[in-house]
Design a protein around this ligand. Structure first.
Ligand code: F3S
Length: 69
């Protein structure tokens, strides 16, 4: 099977710009203060890879990491 892709947010870098959960609401959510959160365990479905990469590329703080396991 394919190697799973995962997304992660570095909470120390996130400033709550919200691009991640606007661009990829299936992958990211927000906490009570508007900081980005990863939904579930961050596993990206096969059809979500482009969204994951776009969210990472659009985070002004570069707080999002996309990992292949
Ligand atoms: Fe935070 Fe970047 Fe999303 S700053 S809310 S991880 S776009």
């Amino acid at each position: 099977r394919r190697n799973a892709m995962k997304v992660r947010i570095d909470a120390g870098l996130c400033q709550g710009h919200g691009r991640c959960y606007d661009l990829a609401p299936d992958l990211f959510g927000e906490d009570d203060e508007g900081y980005g959160t990863v939904l579930g365990d961050g596993t990206v479905p096969a059809d979500g890879e482009q969204d994951a990469r776009r969210a990472a590329a659009n985070c002004p703080e570069r707080a999002i990491t996309v990992l292949k396991e």
